[in-house]
Design a protein around this ligand. Structure first.
Ligand code: ADP
Ligand code: TRP
Length: 332
């Protein structure tokens, strides 16, 4: 079977190091030898409420600029906004009719996002994982590279694909493979090693944005929470030190080394020399990316619009063909 990759990020601001190391860096590797679609999931961004229309449009362009600056090639991969292909919301409805509430009730992200105010949470937030399943299945994607936090949603997407196939009596949808790869599948907040680095954390100091300049990176890493113990010689000795674990994993991914190789270099030292190297390697990695994002956003808005239009066209062609087949299978 033809292998196809699909993934997406919500246009809720500039992407951060967790999005890059956990997801986009792997997309860049996949696009070389896979048919690839990278979506900007603006419909998902509405699940926590509508905001300013101008800002949403701006965030779609910014996310496209981030994809391109991180190495996604708009000539070979389709970069597009989810809302530009109507099949996403239509298929979400059809799949929603096959999704038992019991399955949705298990989703931990809904519980986290809805918090104590479950009754006020929207149907959209509750159905978020069904729309995500539609994003993937609309293109019959086989591989979905994401961070570890999306594992449960991908298991649900597989269950939904299976339910559809059973219903129509045909293996129509491939069961999408979650691709959770590397040592940074869950990058943690710089302020609290037990919380995921996230765009929705109110503290800017909790994350490194791909648009941060060299000084900001240095400041955030110098202030990043650690503990007073020295860096140990083995990974096991980092047990119960989530902030230290997080920084070691971060440096190991950026240096293309194992966490143990990093510990071999810094064992017995305090965090000062370690942080100095982390700052240096982050600056080396991020400076060209932030420069490119800035250039695309200030001088090349027309180019971004063209990429998004071309990407949507390519995605739409595939989506239209599949929706036609799906209508036929259901009897619509
Ligand atoms: P956020 O949680 O910051 O709003 P998204 O939900 O838009 O980010 O996530 C987009 C992609 O980035 C997903 O594949 C997700 O798994 C990945 N991702 C998000 N945060 C992290 C993180 N802290 N570590 C690793 N991957 C992450
Ligand atoms: N739910 C994903 C997240 O919050 C974003 C997303 C939406 C996605 N649709 C997708 C990821 C399809 C992979 C495939 O991170």
């Amino acid at each position: 079977m033809n292998q196809r990759v699909l993934s997406g990020i919500q246009p809720t601001g500039s992407i951060h190091l967790g999005n890059y190391l956990g997801a986009i860096k792997n997309w860049v590797a996949f696009q070389k030898d896979h048919d690839s679609l990278f979506c900007i999931v603006n419909l998902h961004a509405l699940t926590t409420g509508f905001g300013s229309p101008a800002q949403l449009r701006e965030h779609v362009r910014l996310t496209a600029a981030c994809y391109i600056a991180c190495g996604i090639d708009p000539n070979t991969s389709a970069i597009f906004a989810q809302s530009q292909v109507t099949g996403h919301s239509e298929l979400a409805w059809l799949l929603g009719c096959l999704t038992p509430l019991g399955w949705l009730n298990r989703m931990t992200q809904f519980k986290d996002k809805a918090g104590k105010h479950k009754e006020q949470a929207s149907l959209g937030l509750y159905g978020y994982p069904v729309l995500m399943a539609a994003d993937i299945l609309l293109y019959k994607a086989t591989h979905v590279p994401v961070g570890a936090d999306q594992k449960q949603h991908l298991e649900l997407a597989r269950d939904i694909a299976g339910a559809f196939n059973a219903q129509v009596g045909k293996d129509y949808f491939p069961l999408p493979e979650p691709c959770i790869m590397g040592t940074s599948t869950r990058v943690m907040s710089l302020r609290d090693g037990t919380q995921k680095m996230s765009k929705s954390d109110p503290s800017e100091a909790s994350r490194i944005h791909m648009t941060d300049d060299a000084d900001t990176i240095a400041q955030k890493i110098r202030k990043a929470k650690t503990d007073s113990a020295l860096i140990p010689a083995t990974w096991d000795e980092l047990e119960g030190r989530p902030e230290a674990q997080n920084l070691v994993q971060m440096l190991s991914t950026l240096e293309n080394q194992t966490p143990q190789q990093i510990l071999n270099t810094y064992a017995g030292q305090n965090f000062a020399p370690f942080k100095a190297r982390l700052i240096e390697v982050l600056q080396e990695t991020l400076n060209p990316i932030s420069g490119k994002i800035h250039e695309l956003m200030t001088q090349d808005q027309a180019f971004l619009e063209t990429c998004l239009a071309q990407g949507a066209e390519k995605a739409r062609t595939l989506a239209t063909k599949h929706m036609h087949e799906i209508h036929g299978l259901i009897g619509l």
